[in-house]
Design a protein around this ligand. Structure first.
Ligand code: AHM
Ligand code: MG
Length: 333
């Protein structure tokens, strides 16, 4: 069987006019950084990379050593290639400017270097999420404002899942494509063309310990699922919660499902738990490209006009008919 690598896939996308040479280089560099992160994640305790870094990030959360390592790997890998105007990271408060001695390009890269940090020390899957925007023409040196573009303007989005195998999932706006890392060869192999999310599902993902904090529409929706065959849905539903968004979304991309981190009383002041620019937008683009839907419960995520880099939002995404049902419940008085 002919093995297509990520490199070859990207060259073919460029030839087909779907991506520019610079965007191809950018994605290649992100994938290279992901391989380096994967090596660190898989060494775990052997390399002394587990545990706390002893610092807090911009969100006031304790950083793990691997959060810091993954962030450094992504920043350094992407600084010098000449394809970027600037970067923004979930772990860094301000925009990361390209050092003055390197050439600059037309793209903005945003990432959550290591998503699912609470799973690092227990050897459960974690991931990296990224999003690519164009630097608005004529805007000069990028500022926070340059990044504040609605998600539908993303030119690419993807994630890496560091699980039993390392996978790289990518969309450039023409379907969702999955690659698996061949560790011996050191290359990503195209294993999952045009991934798609079934419109119907019997599986949901939510941190149910927050039930007492949820708003009425989410509580109603989940209670109906829990009633199973005896309830209004007239069938049983299964529940999964990895607490690594990448792993939970990847399961949905593979076999369907609905993922929710809704607005609740605990996170109301911040606007939600998950970050719009580093988590919600890239995942929403991937999920929509796979035929699913992504909403805050009230609005399409990709239509939100961001007002700050580290903004948080409620997230409901996955199988189309379930997401639409949750949205419908939010509309009812
Ligand atoms: P992180 O980026 O600091 O790791 O936080 C985001 C993670 C998501 O991956 C996951 O869906 C969620 O937080 C889990 O939250 P909780 O621990 O409240 O279940
Ligand atoms: Mg995260």
């Amino acid at each position: 069987m002919r093995r297509v690598t990520l490199t070859q896939f990207l060259i073919e996308q460029q030839r087909a006019g779907r991506i520019s040479a610079d965007l191809r280089l950018l994605i290649e560099v992100v994938a290279r950084a992901v391989k380096a992160i994967s090596v660190n994640v898989s060494k775990g305790a052997l390399a002394g990379v587990l545990g706390e870094a002893g610092t807090d990030n911009v969100q006031g959360e304790a950083q793990k050593k691997l959060d810091v390592i993954a962030n450094e790997i992504l920043l350094q890998a992407n600084e010098w290639g000449g394809h970027l105007a600037a970067m923004a990271s979930e772990e860094v408060e301000e925009v990361h400017h390209i050092p003055f001695d390197y050439p600059k390009g037309g793209y903005l890269l945003l990432f959550d270097p290591l998503d699912g940090s609470s799973n690092i020390d227990v050897n459960i899957s974690v991931g990296t999420i990224f999003s690519v925007l164009r630097n608005p023409p004529g805007s000069g040196e990028p500022s926070e404002q340059s990044f504040l573009q609605p998600g539908h303007q993303q030119v690419a989005a993807g994630y890496a899942l560091y699980g039993p195998s390392t996978q790289f999932i990518l969309t450039v706006g023409k379907g969702v494509h999955g690659f698996t890392l061949d560790r011996e060869m050191g290359s990503f192999v195209y294993t999952h063309p045009y991934m798609s999310i079934p419109a119907d599902t019997s599986e949901y993902a939510i941190n149910a310990s927050n039930i007492r904090h949820w708003e009425a529409p989410v509580r109603r929706y989940v209670e109906e699922l829990q009633q199973g065959k005896e309830g209004p849905r007239e069938r049983d539903f299964n529940m999964r919660w990895v607490a690594s968004m990448v792993a939970d979304v990847h399961r949905i991309l593979t076999r369907g499902g609905v993922f929710m981190y809704p607005l609740d009383e605990k996170c109301r002041k911040q606007g939600g738990k998950l970050r719009l620019m580093y988590e919600a937008n890239p995942m929403a683009m991937i999920v929509e490209q796979a035929g699913g839907a992504a909403s805050t419960g009230r609005e399409r995520i990709l239509d939100l006009q961001p007002h700050k880099l580290h903004q948080r939002v409620p997230v409901v995404l996955g199988s189309l008919n379930e997401v639409e049902r949750v949205v419908a419940y939010h509309r009812e008085p």
